[in-house]
Design a protein around this ligand. Structure first.
Ligand SMILES: [Fe+2]
Ligand SMILES: [Fe+2]
Length: 308
């Protein structure tokens, strides 16, 4: 029996770990890091599409996009709350993000060049997020797993709205179809990178699988995403920019080429087109919101005083 016999037993029986349960320090810190990185990604992820809200082509598209971006803010908030159940402090996590000490998904360091990007982000980026996140609904940490259930429902709305936007554009003019194809060409490879490096280069996967934080490896999830996306691309009438993409009957899966992993390393370490701008904007929002946090804290303190 280890020091964490109850924890080990709960993991072995596929039960959830709850905030008051004893847990190894490394499990706690791994969970905080993963949940924080996920929360940061939701919040930073509001920016690339948020830039198009004022330029949406119709009132209907504007309302849809507003709702979607607002959902992402909500996802960030559920996740910061989940991190707080592990003893993390939300202000501290935000500070770490702004200072570059914690990461967010590198997909959001690519620019959104046309309104077709809004559709492609919904289809591919939210689609990849769903592949990653559906198994997290069974993650071993209870508050995280429960937050993921609602988040996944909303992500699936995001994916459908993106696909529906693209279907509409594909039935439009030649220029609109070209915009969609151009956006697909730019977002396909970064979407594949969202599953992380190949399993052979993913040192933390084994421990995360053993703790049932993670249920499938990066390569398994990437394969699932490719298998799901190829028929959707055909239905849409776009070409995925991978000459190696081919059905493999013996594996019962699509074969596909490898993304440029050097590019992923470069973007993660700050070299993407938008890294600086994304963080600068987040820092500005934090500064602009300081008075709201101060006012809320003062109000709460006053209420406490009255209650005494
Ligand atoms: Fe989200
Ligand atoms: Fe989303």
């Amino acid at each position: 029996m280890t020091d964490f016999a109850l924890f080990d037993q709960a993991i072995a029986r596929d039960q959830r770990i709850e905030p008051a349960d004893e847990m190894p320090e490394r499990y706690r810190s791994t969970m905080i890091r993963q949940i924080a990185q996920h929360a940061h990604s939701e919040i930073i992820g509001m920016q690339p599409e948020g830039e198009w809200i004022t330029r949406a082509p119709t009132l209907r598209r504007k309302a849809i996009l507003l709702a979607k971006v607002q959902d992402e803010a909500g996802h960030g908030l559920y996740l910061y709350s989940a991190a707080e159940t592990l003893g993390a402090d939300r202000g501290d996590l935000t500070q770490r993000l702004i200072e570059g000490r914690q990461k967010y998904s590198s997909i959001f360091n690519y620019p959104t060049l046309s309104f077709a990007d809004v559709g492609v982000i919904g289809w591919l980026v939210d689609g990849a997020a769903i592949c990653n996140q559906v198994p997290l609904c069974r993650s071993s940490y209870g508050p995280y797993a429960r937050a993921m259930i609602r988040i996944c429902k909303e992500e699936s709305f995001h994916q459908r709205q993106g696909y529906e936007l693209l279907l509409t554009m594909m039935s439009g003019t030649a220029a609109q179809r070209d915009m969609v194809q151009d956006a697909v060409d730019r977002w396909w490879w970064p979407s594949l990178m969202m599953f992380g490096p190949p399993d052979a280069d993913s040192p933390n996967t084994a421990q995360s699988m053993a703790w049932k934080i993670k249920r499938h490896t990066n390569d398994e999830l990437r394969q699932r995403f490719v298998d799901m996306s190829v028929p959707q691309a055909a239905e849409l009438g776009v070409t995925l920019p991978d000459p190696e993409l081919a059905w493999n009957a013996s594996r019962d899966h699509y074969d596909f080429g490898q993304p440029d992993w050097d590019e992923l390393r470069r973007v993660i370490s700050g070299g993407g087109a938008m890294n600086e701008q994304r963080i600068a904007r987040r820092r500005q929002a934090d500064t602009d919101g300081a008075w709201v946090r101060e006012a809320a804290a003062a109000h709460a303190a006053k209420n406490l005083e009255v209650a005494r």
